[in-house]
Design a protein around this ligand. Structure first.
Ligand code: AMP
Length: 121
């Protein structure tokens, strides 16, 4: 999949669309999800142009990958999610329910998040 420069997270990164910023460094931006599904629902995105988790893992630099997971660690620590736990979700592609084609990790916490998946199986 080629990267779409007009996706909503690209616009947030360029400052064309506002967000409720939680964390930022050279490689990472994190902000509150506009439609929260838990008391804490934060999206963590690389500043680089990666469409999906597999694109990111294959093509991002070690520094970008390290910064991404370090940011998640800092956010869950700062938000007090470590003791009771949290869930990270990276929806990928049509079957994964990915709506925005810029790689993002959802962090959900602050309550029991419920069953892992809902499927027709
Ligand atoms: P996904 O279905 O994994 O692609 O998730 C996309 C997420 O982006 C959804 O949870 C949306 O609520 C969220 N979202 C869409 N637009 C915005 C926005 N402008 N600011 C914050 N979150 C957004």
């Amino acid at each position: 999949m080629t990267y779409d420069n007009n996706n909503i997270f690209a616009k947030i990164l360029r400052g064309e669309v506002p967000c409720k910023e939680v964390y930022r460094d050279d490689h990472v931006l994190a902000f509150n999800d506009i439609n929260p599904l838990a008391p804490t629902h934060i999206l963590v995105i690389p500043t680089g142009k990666y469409v999906s988790i597999d694109d990111f893992g294959k093509n991002a630099s070690p520094a970008e990958i390290k910064a991404f997971y370090a940011a998640i660690d800092k956010i869950v620590e700062d938000k007090g999610l470590k003791t009771k736990g949290f869930r990270c979700i990276a929806n990928t592609g049509p079957n994964g329910g990915q709506e925005v084609p810029h790689f993002h990790m959802h962090i959900l916490g602050g309550c029991p998040i419920g069953p892992m998946v809902s499927t027709a199986l």
